[in-house]
Design a protein around this ligand. Structure first.
Ligand SMILES: [Zn+2]
Length: 82
């Protein structure tokens, strides 16, 4: 869950993990911890046609969530971090 300093949502003020409620560290609008930002727009063939869902997970909740997957996420090292 994100709170912004302005109505145009340009500068992030606070960020909370939607799962555990932990406040994720934000400094000058920058997220200073690992976070999983989710945004899904449910389409015509879903039961939520036209709904947009947004949430954020802290790294610990993300790890707990993916450990419940039967098929783990595909992992690759992104070049921009090398
Ligand atoms: Zn969490």
């Amino acid at each position: 869950m994100r709170k912004y300093k302005d109505e145009l949502k340009n500068q992030l003020a606070q960020l909370y993990c939607n799962c555990c409620g932990k406040e994720i560290k934000v400094e000058d609008g920058m997220i200073m911890e690992g976070v999983f930002p989710a945004h899904v727009v449910w389409g015509y063939f879903s039961e939520k046609d036209g709904e947009s869902h947004k949430f954020d997970l802290c790294e610990a909740c993300y790890d707990k969530w993916i450990s419940s997957f039967r098929i783990p996420p595909e992992k690759e090292i992104e070049n921009e971090f090398l």
